[in-house]
Write a protein that binds this ligand. Structure first.
Ligand code: SAH
Length: 250
């Protein structure tokens, strides 16, 4: 198959968190359709391509998504090699299925290059591994923004990671308590993970609403449960341990 459209995960923001395969794909691009959250510095990897901003925040209405689908088909049919650059990983809350379906319906071959999703960038930023030996065997990725406005939680994962939760931390805190999470369960909040100005704060479910001011207006990941716990609590590292003191200074 020779792909005419390449979906590339740009990573969580900072240009150097894209994969090498993604950079190589961008270098071939004639047209790049890109989202709001991707770093302008990525343009250096495809300086001669035509860059078209199709970014959106929250819910695109069906027209917005239909326009993106139509643009993908149009440029590919014109013979251009098209890169569809998406924030994080294209397969996580990226509306990838609609775009894949539109291309399949038009008989256009495509490929997907994975990217670093925001949950993983947040785990790296906070040095809170998402899985833990013993007590953290499962992780769920959940969007806090649904069409109906209802907040869902997995209810079964040891660690729950919420995307798009920044504007509704109080509602999320209430919902988690309704779902029988103990109110003192650790919650780690990271905004702009992977950028030089990334911010990390620690809370529990009851105090989570207090994170709202600190992270206001920034893309935010909320991690709840086993994967949010500070390492010192999990592994009982001595306070003099070099790694433990680095975590304390975050
Ligand atoms: N496909 C993307 C997610 C798109 S949904 C991915 O795989 O990461 C957009 C949501 O992702 C934002 O509302 C926020 O919750 C999260 N997000 C994206 N970039 C982020 C970053 N650098 N730091 C923290 N959260 C981020």
């Amino acid at each position: 198959m020779s792909a005419r459209v390449l979906f590339i995960g740009a990573g969580p923001g900072a240009a150097d968190l894209i994969t090498l395969r993604g950079v190589r794909g961008l270098a071939q691009a004639e047209v790049v359709l890109f989202d709001a959250l991707t770093d302008p510095a990525l343009r250096e990897f495809a300086p001669h391509a035509r860059w078209i901003h199709v970014g959106k925040r929250g819910f695109a209405d069906s027209t917005g998504q239909a326009t993106i689908n139509a643009l993908l088909v149009k440029y590919a049919n014109e013979g251009a090699f098209v890169v569809r650059l998406k924030g994080g990983d294209p397969s996580i809350f990226g509306r990838l299925e609609e775009e894949l379906e539109a291309l399949a319906a038009a008989g256009i071959a495509c490929e997907v290059v994975p990217g670093v999703t925001a949950a993983l960038a947040a785990a790296a930023a906070s040095q809170r591994p998402l899985t833990r030996r013993g007590g953290g065997r499962s992780v769920s990725f959940t969007t806090a923004m649904t069409k109906s406005g209802a907040l869902h939680t997995s209810g079964s994962a040891d660690t729950e990671v919420f995307y798009m939760a920044g504007k509704q931390l109080a509602a999320l805190s209430r919902r988690l308590i309704e779902m029988h999470w103990p109110s003192d369960t650790p919650v780690s909040v990271v905004s702009r993970a992977g950028w030089p100005d990334q911010l990390h704060s620690d809370h529990n479910i009851a105090t989570l609403p207090r994170a709202a001011m600190l992270h206001a207006g920034r893309p935010t990941i909320v991690t709840v449960g086993a994967g949010a716990r500070a390492l010192t609590e999990v592994n009982a590292l001595s306070p003099t341990d070099a790694c433990a003191s680095r975590v304390e200074t975050l």
